[in-house]
Design a protein around this ligand. Sequence first.
Ligand SMILES: [Zn+2]
Length: 270
Amino acid sequence: MISKILSVFLIAGGLVACSSNAVTGRSQLKLLPESQLQSMAVTQYQQFLTENKVVSASGSRDAEMVTRVGQRITKAVTDYYASKGLSDQLAGYQWEYKLVQSNDVNAWCMPGGKIVVYTGLLPITQNEAALAAVMGHEVSHAIFNHGNERMSQSMGAEALQAGLQVALANKPAATQSLFLGAFGVGSQVGVLLPFSRKHELEADHYGLIWAAMAGYNPQEAIALWQRMEKASNGQKPPEFLSTHPAEGNRIAQLEKYMPEAMKYYKPARN
Ligand SMILES: [Zn+2]
């Protein structure tokens, strides 16, 4: 399937479809231009905000916390990319952070930096450092183009070649649903398209680093994921785990990444 898509692209325009991610080093199949994804993200994000209740950032401690954590995490990402001479990888990013009223346990970041946290997540994060771990995880999925890879693997070759705008015009509902699924907006609005194990490990790994650079103790991620897994035994398993599956031993992997993350950790002075 992938080779078929590739050959169509190579014949069509000699496009380079496979590239190494500058931070993770992993080779990725990204067939959609990032600019198309960012432009679709703006539309989908605005629509989501009109259909859901946004908690106003003024006067809500929770919404203020989401903004504060978001700003610190994205500053860490921006600084890290700048220090490696990779700022162009974040071209088009205009970060935004919203808390929405919903019992679902969920959070996501769309390409271009539109981040949403659901109030239903907060009883599981419980503290700011754990929220930083989740937001760091979500931001990683976006900046590492995981959604682009997922869409590239799920859309047909012809649709990919024509581009997102044409796909949207021809099959608006299916394309939107795929997009929302690919970026973890949730199975209730999109198709259920869980991130792969590779994607989860990358998001966990770098999520710890962004949290640490942002001044949050990355160790809090361990207790957070333990609470998340415990919540999955309840009557209504967290939406979050259906899109961010904890295959294998997530905690053991986090422990493995921890010494590296701790090198970046300097407690924030408030
Ligand atoms: Zn994930």
